[in-house]
Design a protein. Structure first.
Length: 363
């Protein structure tokens, strides 16, 4: 049996073979090995990922803007750090197309990312065949997984009079060849402290989407380092009409003012920022888990100062945090800090792409 020693004056072991910090360039990944337990604090632009055997790709499980420590147990193959900035990380299926009998080929106009289309149906609704009785808390709803490579459906239910009345889908899934089993699992508070335990809820999943490409998975973001948007092309599969829009992980690397606003003095201090804004308006995605929640978006933190009493420029601006964005079109935000006299909007442009980042890991 191995023993772990710790405390004042005791130097912990380091099984990594190097120091406690690792630097990753844009598009670079690092597998957390050898097997063991680790404290991991991803850098501001680095993501902790785990391998999902159903999706058959890596999914992000943690990053809150840098150095938020997470404790993990790695088997040497199931966790990695990934600097995804400057890379495409997923795709929104704008139009699923029709008539596909096999997976079409999806290629990106430039770069070396790899993509997998998911054929097969999705869950369009759940029919509550028996609402059950005596529920105090809504039970958890789970769906059996599709064949490996597909997207599992997820959802939640609503009670009415102690019975399950409806099921709302949060991810409709993709790749199902038959309706998944719907399972209702009691909230652990049911049956405790005098609360009656509900039971009896059942439901049947209804499928739709045969012949369409209902999800596109990025199996490898590559390491191209994009500084401008790009597009997909699709071919083959026997169908037509598939339209896919790439989703990126981007950070602001530079800023420039193209038109100044009205200010009272040359000592005006202004905070520059931006909100994430998609370039294409699309309907709500079937599966937000694989096309809308791939990275944790956050606003940049940039401080600038005016050089004249009438115009704001980017001269002397300091990027403390370039933020995380999914498209090359963030919406500019400016806030006057001292003195608060910024009276008109200032047009600005941002350069976006990938950045190098350092993470901390301790065994």
């Amino acid at each position: 049996m191995s023993l772990v020693f710790g405390g004042p004056g005791v130097t912990p072991s380091n099984k990594l073979g190097f120091g406690n910090r690792i630097t990753l360039q844009s598009g670079e990944t690092w597998l957390i090995q050898p097997a063991g337990s680790y404290w991991v604090a991803p850098g501001r632009y680095t993501f902790l990922q785990t391998y999902d055997p159903i999706l058959q790709t890596w999914v992000t499980v943690g990053n809150d803007g840098g150095f938020q420590p997470l404790y993990i147990t790695s088997d040497g193959t199931n966790y990695r750090l990934a600097n995804l900035t400057g890379q495409p990380v997923g795709a929104t299926v704008t139009t699923a197309g029709t008539g596909y009998t096999s997976a079409p080929t999806i290629t990106i106009a430039s770069g070396n990312s790899i993509w997998r289309p998911v054929l097969g149906q999705y869950v369009t609704s759940v029919t509550v065949s028996n609402g059950g009785a005596n529920y105090t808390y809504a039970p958890t709803v789970t769906f059996s997984a599709p064949p490996a490579g597909g997207v599992p459906a997820t959802g939640y239910c609503t009670l009415s009079g102690g019975a399950v009345s409806t099921v709302t889908l949060t991810n409709k899934g993709a790749g199902y060849t038959s309706p998944p089993t719907v399972t209702f699992t009691n909230d652990p508070r049911e049956g405790l402290n005098g609360v009656v335990s509900g039971s009896g809820a059942t439901g049947v999943a209804v499928l739709a989407g045969l012949g369409g490409v209902n999800a596109v998975i990025c199996t490898d973001p590559g390491n191209t380092g994009y500084t401008a948007t790009t597009t997909f092309t699709t071919s083959g599969g026997g169908g037509t009409g598939l339209v896919v829009t790439p989703i990126f992980c981007l950070s602001i690397t530079a800023i420039s003012a193209v038109a100044g606003g009205a200010m009272a003095s040359s000592t005006e201090v202004v905070e520059w920022s931006a909100l994430d804004k998609a370039t294409t308006t699309v309907s709500a995605p079937l599966n937000p888990a694989v096309c809308a929640n791939l990275v944790k978006v956050r606003k940049a933190s940039i401080l600038g100062q005016t050089t004249t009493a009438s115009a704001l420029t980017s001269v002397g601006a300091v990027i403390y945090d370039g933020g995380i964005y999914t498209q090359f079109s963030p919406q500019v935000l400016l806030t006057s800090i001292a003195p608060p006299t910024l009276t008109t909007a200032v047009a600005a442009t941002y350069a976006l792409g990938g950045v190098t980042d350092t993470s901390y890991i301790s065994s």
